[in-house]
Structures are given as C-alpha cells and as structure tokens.
Design a protein around this ligand. Sequence first.
Ligand code: GN1
Ligand code: MG
Length: 357
Amino acid sequence: MNVNQLMITPILESYGIHKDSIVEPLNSGLINRTWKVTDGDKQFILQQINNHVFKKPYEVAANIRMIDEYLKKHSPSYLFVSPIPNENNEDIFFERDRGYFRLFPFIKGSHTIDIVTTPDLAYEAAYQFGKFTQLLSRFDVERLNITIPDFHNLTLRYRQFETSLLAGNVDRIRESEALVAEIKKRTSILDEFEMIKKSKEVRLRVTHHDTKISNVLFDNAGKGMCVIDLDTIMPGYFISDVGDMMRTYLSPANEEVSDFSRIDVREDFFRGIVQGYISAMEHELTGEEQRLILYSGLFLIYMQAIRFLTDYFNKDIYYGAKYEKHNLIRAGNQIALLKKIEDKKELLQEIIRSEQC
Ligand code: GN1
Ligand code: MG
C-alpha cells in the first residue's frame, strides 16, 4: 500500500469502494489533486479540493448540483459529470486531517489530452465549452455561488499587481523592469474591460473559467464528449472561456516553455476555436460580444501574465515554483504569446469575419 492509498482508504470506504483498489495519481493542474481509482471492473476519479483556493467547498458542490439538476430537466441527453454522493448522501467527503474530497464516475471510453495537436481538437473543445454555456443560457446565473471572488476581474488583478510592486520582493522587482513595462504599456486592455463591465450588451453567463484542453473528455474517435473540472463555474463573461482557449491552444509551446522563440499563434487552430465556439453558441452571442472575440485572447493572456508576475513578486505563494525564476519565465512566456497575437491581429480578425457569415 503506498502513501496515496494510506491517506485515501477511509475516503474510499465512505463511498463503499474496496480498500485494496488501485489508486493512481493523475498529475495535471496546479490547484487540485486528482487520482484514478480502479475497484475491480469499476473506475472512478477521486479529487481533493484545494481549500486554500476554493475557500467554500460546499458552495462549489452546490453550484454543480444546481447545474446538474437544471440540465437533467432541460437537456436530459447532455452528458454532465457530477459527483457521486457518499454513504451519507453528501457530494463531499470531509475530515479535518485529510481535507475535502469528491468522487466522480469515470466515463467509459473517455480520455483526456494535455496537448492540442490538431485544429479539429481545438474545434471540438471550443464546441463543448460553447455548448455548455449555450444550454445554460436560460439558467438564472445569479443563483450561482461565486467560488473564487474576482477570479477573472482584471481590474482587481491589475491592482494586486500594483500592490506587489510596492510590497513585493525588491530584488525580484528590480530584475523584472522590462516585463513590468510591457504590462504597464498595455493598460488599454484594462480600459476595454472596464467598458465591458458597464455594457448591457455583454451578458453575464454561466462560464467555465478554466477551458484548457485537459478539461474536456474525448472519445476514441477524437470527438468531444463533455466538459469537466467544474469548480470555477461562476457567472462570467464569454471572453474568459474563449480567451483561455486561445491562451492554451494556439501555441505549440505551452506556458512552461522558457525558449520564447518556440511560441507561436497557429492560425488554423485559431479558426478551430472560433468555428467551434460560434457553432455551439448559435445565435447566443450579441453583436458586441462578437466584436470582442479577438479581445478575449488579449484579455486572458494579459491577465495571466499579470497573475504570474504578481506571484513572482509575492514569492510564489499562489502558483508555487519548481525553480527560482519559474513564475518570471511563465509571465515572460505569456507576454511573448500576447505579442504574437498582436502581430497577427489583422489576419485573426479576418478569420473571425469569415466565420461570422
Ligand atoms: C490554474 O489548476 P489549473 O492548473 O487548472 C488557475 C488558472 C490558471 C492556470 C495557469 C483556480 O489552473 O486560473 O490559468 O493555473 N486556476 C486557479 O496554469 O487559480
Ligand atoms: Mg482547474
């Protein structure tokens, strides 16, 4: 029995799962910890909620339950993966020493991927995230709990960045002058966000807020089946979801890469995202939202650069770091990606136009 299993056995028992089940860690994501559990011919996904990030795990569970009930009623054939209740009929297992856990069914014939290797995969994922928001377009978004306050509030992220410049690690700030300047130079992205918050044409929607490719289940033919990792589902703007797809699908080199010359924006993958999202959202997007499709990418990538750099100044308290300059490199990587999008702006806008008619 390994360390994982020792910690996890009482949790499995609370779900009626055999204690000698096979427990394998699935290591993707910076925030929650995830394991695959195999009990004979039954398979499950067990996840520990990071309650430093998600401070109210029961509110996260309540959101998922509300959405599950709505979708079961209004879109019964839609695949939505919700937690399995434990023997006390609770969505969450909690013990002081162990923390918060929940168990999901493992969807037969599904797999996840970590890298977007074809435009079709970008299309499929974008379609799934769009479909999810579209099916919930009549769900009263105000009912949802805010699982991470101000999560994608760029105004606040920028303020936190400014605070870190005053109170953060002096040496780290000094060596990051060029990157700080790149961020300060682009406050027009923040201004546009202020407009969006005031605009009646940009709707608050049920937004996933973490649309990286590993949060989509695919079948063996490479077709998207459904979206997973539902903890950051909150009221939000569509720019969060489309923007994070652009941030994570367009470049062949991801946010961890330190050789920035490998960062690129692949136009056919861009087309895949736009096509997939627009076709799933059908007539949902307002004219103003359509105008903001390209802005989505600028917004999200800019915000992620700010979050990484702020964390670097704050000594990596949020994201952690595997080496000294890890979050500095991540921030620089995101600025390099942002520049690539800026360079290809006209071309990308043309792709959007061609998909709109
Ligand atoms: C975090 O947990 P993970 O890796 O899916 C973060 C995202 C960032 C991402 C950057 C709750 O996501 O917002 O975009 O890292 N999630 C949270 O890798 O902060
Ligand atoms: Mg996540």
